[in-house]
Design a protein around this ligand. Sequence first.
Ligand code: SF4
Length: 61
Amino acid sequence: MGKKVIIDEEECMGCEACIEIAPEVFQFNGEKAYVVKEDVSDEGLIQEAMDSCPASCIKIE
Ligand code: SF4
């Protein structure tokens, strides 16, 4: 099974950093980020988003 990217929405602060880095993966619902593309095709990009997330709530599993 491929890797999936998930966001712990409880922890998300809605800073939109991840959306700026990877808008094809993350979108904003007006309050929090959510995942629009679960399948990890570019792990480096996801890693960059993870590193930029102040709440550390983006995970790959
Ligand atoms: S970077 Fe983290 S805290 Fe900011 S919107 Fe994305 S998931 Fe939420």
